[in-house]
Design a binder for this molecule. Structure first.
Ligand code: PRX
Length: 635
């Protein structure tokens, strides 16, 4: 029993040892005691990080939605499961109880079934942060359909690529969405995407705004009338432990996004267990994770982890700056939020505003604060600690990835002493390794290396949808027999980990994971552009921002370069989404290249960061003279 809730440091240490010495025994006990199974497993774990293959609880039968809802009905039917805080603070909040959530999920599941969705079919969900989003995920889980949520800030071509890659049969969307003071016509984005998607048979449309959108006859259906007609009971589909629960796309180093596949039992056990401990969740807590469900953070810590524990989870439709910069703090006071989980970029953007926005509100309900998505800098850490946590709510700096399903390195509040900018210690069952450039594991402390994980944990993604080879290539071939995270890390004198940032072509902008290649592809499609290279540069709010070096086909052709900058950013917005826009665009006469023709991004990164002290040896470049001309024109 005690293994499920870690309460002090010796206990952490003891349970950690246990989970490493006997992982099978450890996870078996936990799974057995805390979840509902229709059949127990035949085998707890089989794995091979070279093939690679990972299976947890093989042979077990379960349903994740049943574990998140049905099993709570006996004791928590009238407890709020989802607390919906709308974009407009004057619009009434919704307290959706576990019983109501059950009814709504069953209705949605029945509608999906009526529309021909069966176990294993893919359902694309492109919705703003409204209750129907969480309900759709759980309805898919109930009937064994695989959900593929696409963040509703992505453009139509990004949506199209994800629908086609997963061959989704249905898209669930809304007419429009609210975002602060703006209204966005998201149905139009779906219509645009679907021009090139043959797999989609039906589009189910939630009316969130005014319903003033075009509906294509035979394809588009308003959801509400179907829900009104549907039964509020729907039997669960009994799933195998390793049946996919969902696909979630993350950016890849080629233009094609990677559809990470998470399966049922291991993901459920891992998100539930991390949620319970890393937030020290207790029955009457109000938990608020400000991420969008379109990202893994929202999947694991708005929906599955909290609901598997019978928690109350806040679903926030709005933005931190609307109607003013006090919105987060106002909402914490309003709902007496006890656990608050957000991203460094949000903290930095609010820290630059007047403290009056914070001081107006009573934040005494807060117990635990969380941070996720990118390294939290010291200044932001202290601002968060001093002004929001009032120095008595520990900050858990949680490091993890879309691929890992749940948090892997993090303090446990009131258990692990925190240290600013350190994600501290591996969670139970997690075995990190730091590697040097020759592929050797660095032993001991005070070492800096590439972060790998040596042993599977239940929440690891099992494959890339439709491309197992790419999964192997991306994560398991850099260091033989190890999962490579793509991050660098430092281990200090006591064994605490500090994540130092990406060591590959991923750039984390405002907590969003972007790769350079698809952005460069989008820029290069502009008729005036010959070639481009994107690098990250330090930005005081976003963490990193994007700097584009762009070479034009004919330099004289576009005299008004600001217009061209706008066009390039528009092109990126259309192809990927506004999150990938460049902060700076420098037009160059050429890009520094190696003799084999590879762009030397390392040099460009230094130039963009104004770090000209140590550019390294440029004499081996194909075109060394270009470096000086780029430095001369730097923005
Ligand atoms: O570089 C790390 C950074 O975000 C990457 C994963 O991004 P994504 O798959 O979008 O998932 C984000 C939410 C889990 C990581 O490889 N990252 C995430 N959390 C932290 C972090 N970097 C430093 N500290 C963190 N706490």
């Amino acid at each position: 029993m005690s293994n499920y809730h870690i309460k002090h440091f010796e206990e952490y240490y003891h349970i950690y040892r246990k989970s490493i010495n006997n992982p099978e025994g450890f996870w078996e006990e936990l799974a057995e005691e805390h979840f509902v199974w229709h059949k127990k497993w035949d085998n707890i774990l089989s794995w091979n990080f070279e093939t690679p293959e990972v299976k947890w609880f093989e042979g077990a039968k379960l349903n994740v939605a049943e574990n998140c809802i049905d099993r709570h009905l006996r004791t928590r039917a009238n407890k709020t499961a989802i607390l919906f805080e709308p974009n407009d603070p004057n619009e009434p909040v919704q307290h959706i109880t576990y019983q109501e959530l059950y009814n709504r999920v069953c209705k949605m599941a029945n509608v999906l079934k009526q529309q021909g969705i069966k176990k294993g079919d893919r359902v694309c969900i492109y919705l703003p942060m409204i209750p129907e989003l969480a309900v759709s995920l759980l309805a898919c889980a109930r009937i064994g359909a695989i959900h593929s949520v696409v963040f509703a800030g992505f453009s139509s071509s990004a949506l199209e690529a994800r629908i086609n890659d997963s061959s989704s049969k249905i898209v669930i969307t809304s007419d429009k969405s609210y975002r602060g003071s703006k209204t966005i016509n998201i149905k139009e984005i779906v219509d645009d995407a679907l021009k090139k998607c043959d797999s989609v048979e039906k589009v189910l449309v939630v009316q969130r705004v005014d319903g003033q959108v075009e509906m294509q006859q035979g394809r588009d259906l308003w959801l509400q009338p179907l829900l009104d007609e549907a039964e509020a009971d729907c039997p669960i589909e009994i799933m195998d432990a390793e049946d996919p629960l969902f696909i979630l796309y993350t950016s890849g180093s080629t233009g094609k996004p990677k559809g990470m596949v998470h399966t049922s039992a291991g993901y459920m056990v891992y998100t539930a267990y991390t949620f319970k401990n890393i937030f020290q969740y207790k029955e009457n807590d109000i938990f608020w994770c400000t991420a969008d469900i379109g990202w893994i953070t929202g999947h694991s810590y708005i929906v599955y982890g909290p609901l598997a524990n019978g928690a109350t989870t806040v679903l926030f439709e709005g933005v931190p700056s609307y109607p003013d910069f006090g919105r987060f703090w106002e909402t914490i006071e309003k709902h007496k939020v006890s656990i608050f989980y957000t991203a460094p970029t949000a903290i930095r953007s609010l820290a630059k505003e007047s403290l009056e926005y914070v001081e107006k509100y009573d934040l005494s309900s807060l117990k635990v604060l969380g941070s996720v998505g990118e390294p939290i800098n010291e200044e932001a850490w202290h601002w968060y600690n001093d002004n929001i946590g009032k120095k008595h709510s520990p900050i858990v700096d949680t490091w993890w990835q879309t691929e890992t399903g749940g948090i892997l390195i993090s303090p446990i509040p009131f258990v692990t002493p925190t240290k600013p900018t350190y994600a501290t210690l591996p969670f139970i069952g997690v075995q990190p390794a730091l590697m040097d450039d020759e592929g050797n594991e660095l032993k001991g402390n005070q070492v800096d290396g590439k972060l790998c994980i040596k042993f599977p944990w239940p929440g690891i993604a099992r494959t890339i949808w439709g491309d197992h080879e790419r999964y192997k290539e991306t994560y398991f071939s850099t260091y033989k027999g190890k999962y490579f995270t793509g991050d660098g890390a430092f281990r200090d004198e006591v064994g605490y980990y500090r994540i130092t940032g990406r060591v590959d072509d991923v750039i984390i902008v405002s907590g969003h994971n972007l790769t350079t290649a698809p952005i460069e592809d989008a820029i290069n499609e502009h008729p005036a552009v010959a070639e481009s290279a994107i690098v990250g540069f330090e930005h005081n709010i976003k963490g990193n921002a994007l700097y584009g070096f762009v070479m034009l086909k004919e330099t004289g052709e576009y005299r008004n370069q600001d217009n061209l900058r706008k066009e390039i950013n528009q092109q990126i917005s259309d192809k990927i989404g506004p999150i990938a826009k460049l902060d700076k665009i420098q037009f160059v006469e050429g890009l520094p290249k190696t003799r084999s023709g590879k762009i030397m991004r390392r040099i460009l990164r230094k130039i963009a960061n104004n770090d000209l002290s140590n550019l390294g040896d440029t004499s081996t470049l194909l075109n060394p003279e270009i470096v000086d001309s780029i430095i001369n024109d730097v923005l």
